[in-house]
Ligand binder design. Structure first.
Ligand code: FPP
Ligand code: MG
Length: 295
């Protein structure tokens, strides 16, 4: 299935979209897409069939987010912990990713038409080189798009992300680009893979598990978290609306917390600006070098 689906809402769904949009929707939603293997077991099919259905549901959900006016989505597609699963399952998941990123590249025109910027966040060094190349190319060709943002957390855990940010900052201090007194919460935020994105306002986890599983731990400390029992491949438009409705009921409290956060942020200076510019340029160059992307 394609990453970009054609619109398929019926009149009742369109009416509900209109009503829910009038109550204010989050600008950024993150998904922990859990329950693919339980879906496979329930339907007596192979595990990979559950993951494939999970991808199809992702494509459908992205369209619902666009319909609802949600411009940014982050999805947990593959945790570093997932490498501990059986070799067969890991290989099948990597093969699914290979096929889907190839498909994404073949849909370049559609992505450009919809203005979708695709970013893959995670420890890409742990992935096979051919997949890294596909990812680098997808990010490169869509990097100027700014109507919608899709962040795919692949080979990702939050603790790995934070560790890498801290290592980069320590290296900056050792090279004397930064002073120890420049280290602040804001500097760490801006050194994460997600430095280009606002924090998700709503996180949705399916399958009834009530935990965060090392997903965006730094970024979602003040977010609204919605847990639902439905298995990811069975997630529907109505579950999506229920989650946004839940967000609407808790968003007033979120605004207050975020206002407090804004007041305690540290001032920037030219050392910090230089460090962050260099860090971003280094990461971009490294990814493009791996992908041998041709402009
Ligand atoms: C969690 O269900 C899901 C995953 C580990 C993989 C999610 C991947 C996709 C939905 C496909 C996305 C692919 C791309 C290329 C973006 P689980 O395996 O933990 O199932 P369980 O909780 O029932 O055991
Ligand atoms: Mg699971």
């Amino acid at each position: 299935m394609s990453w970009i689906r054609e619109k398929s809402l019926n009149w009742l769904q369109l009416l509900c979209v209109k009503v829910i949009r009038s109550g204010g929707v989050p600008k950024h939603v993150a998904f922990i897409m859990d329950g693919n293997r339980r879906y496979a077991e329930k339907n007596k099919v192979e595990k990979i069939e559950g993951h494939t259905k999970g991808f199809d549901k992702l494509a459908e959900t992205l369209q619902w987010c666009l319909d609802l006016g949600i411009p940014e989505v982050t999805v947990y597609a593959f945790s570093i912990e997932n490498f501990k699963r059986s070799t067969d399952e890991v290989n099948a998941l990597l093969e699914l990713a290979r096929q889907k990123f190839q498909r994404l590249l073949s849909e370049r025109d559609k992505l450009m038409e919809h203005g979708v910027c695709v970013r893959v966040i995670g420890n890409l060094a742990l992935l096979p080189e051919d997949i890294r190349k596909l990812i680098a190319e997808a990010m490169f060709i869509t990097k100027e798009n700014n109507k919608a943002f899709l962040n795919v957390a692949f080979s990702y855990t939050a603790r790995d992300e934070i560790t890498n940010a801290v290592k980069s900052i320590v290296a900056g201090v050792e090279r004397k680009v930064l002073l120890p007194s420049d280290i602040s919460q804001e500097l760490i935020t801006n050194s994460l893979y997600t430095n280009n994105s606002p924090n998700p306002e709503l996180v949705i986890r399916t399958s009834g598990e009530v935990r965060l599983s090392d997903f965006l731990l730094w970024q979602i400390s003040c977010s609204c978290i919605y847990f639902t029992k439905v298995l990811w491949p069975e997630f529907t438009f109505w579950h999506m609306l229920a989650a946004v409705f839940y967000y609407q009921r808790c968003k007033e409290d979120l605004v207050d917390i975020n206002r407090f956060e804004a007041n305690v942020s540290a001032p920037s200076n030219c050392r910090i600006d230089t460090f962050l510019t260099e860090l971003n340029a280094y990461r971009t160059a490294k990814s493009e070098e791996v992908g041998q992307v041709v402009a």
